[in-house]
Design a protein around this ligand. Structure first.
Ligand code: ADP
Length: 255
């Protein structure tokens, strides 16, 4: 598979005190692909994710997103440049309706602001109809349009994940970053979300990178996998290649 790189990570390192969480990692994410970042626990996946999105500054190395250096940028700057993410632990406004949660994502992107949205102030009303329409469109794609007015906290866990997913999609990102999307899900919810991610990727053609520990799900949906182990790059390739790679097998089984 060819394709231009949308994200390039070069020689990326991050140290926390004496711990080398990442040590000289380099990889690319290509325009339009659905890629997975995998590795055993403690291998540096979350750290890489947090460096890319701007939660942490790297100790060394560079990150280039759509031709611009973004290492050291704060998360809101990267979001404005077109990165959108979900979190390992769901971060939604539990007491607000589903639709409001998705619309907040859109208002943030369009600069209408959080409080005017939540308080439904006039400043937000101008673009309200358009933003609502787009939020509903994303909820429809996720099969949640009928639940738009329900309070998020009352939904089953799997649906709350989908609301977070809808919120991330609503900003129409050029890179969608999913941090362990199946965390806390049962096998049925995991399989369902895996199919949803794959379908939306196909329909919307958004470049997607997911960090995931559920190997079956990742192998089943990703086009390419990047494997890290103990803070270093181990391998990258199609799922079938990765599955047969002796160094990957050893990293997973040798623990
Ligand atoms: P993974 O996501 O693959 O499980 P992490 O990126 O969470 O791995 O962790 C990689 C290593 O960095 C681990 O040894 C972890 O303990 C360490 N680490 C991660 N975040 C911090 C932090 N904020 N402070 C200190 N050590 C950290």
């Amino acid at each position: 598979m060819g394709g231009t790189a949308i994200l390039t990570v070069s020689d990326l390192s991050k140290r926390f005190g004496g711990v080398r969480a990442l040590d000289g990692v380099s990889f690319e994410i290509r325009e339009g692909e659905l890629a997975g970042l995998i590795g055993p626990n403690g291998s540096g996946k979350t750290t890489a994710f947090n460096l890319i999105t701007g939660v942490f500054k790297p100790t060394a190395g560079t990150i280039t997103f759509r031709g611009t250096r973004v290492d050291g940028n704060p998360p809101d700057r990267n979001a404005a440049l077109g990165m959108s993410r979900t979190f390992q632990n769901i971060r939604l406004f539990r007491d607000l309706p589903v639709i409001d949660n998705v619309m907040v994502g859109l208002h943030m992107r369009h600069g209408t602001g959080f409080w005017p949205t939540v308080l439904r102030l006039p400043v937000a009303r101008r673009s309200e109809a358009e933003i609502r329409r787009r939020a509903l469109e994303k909820l429809e794609m996720l099969g949640l349009a009928a639940r738009a007015e329900q309070i998020v906290g009352s939904l089953p866990y799997g649906d709350q994940r989908k609301v977070e997913f809808a919120r991330a999609l609503a900003t129409e990102p050029s890179l969608l970053l999913l941090d362990e999307p199946t965390a806390g899900m049962n096998p049925q919810e995991t399989a369902d979300l895996g199919r949803t991610i794959q379908r939306l990727h196909r329909e919307l053609k958004i470049t997607t990178l997911l960090v995931e520990h559920d190997m079956k799900m990742v192998m089943g949906i990703c086009e390419r996998l990047i494997v890290v182990n103990q803070g270093r790059m181990l391998a990258s390739g199609a799922p079938a290649e990765i599955k047969a790679d002796p160094s990957v097998i050893e990293a997973y089984l040798g623990r």
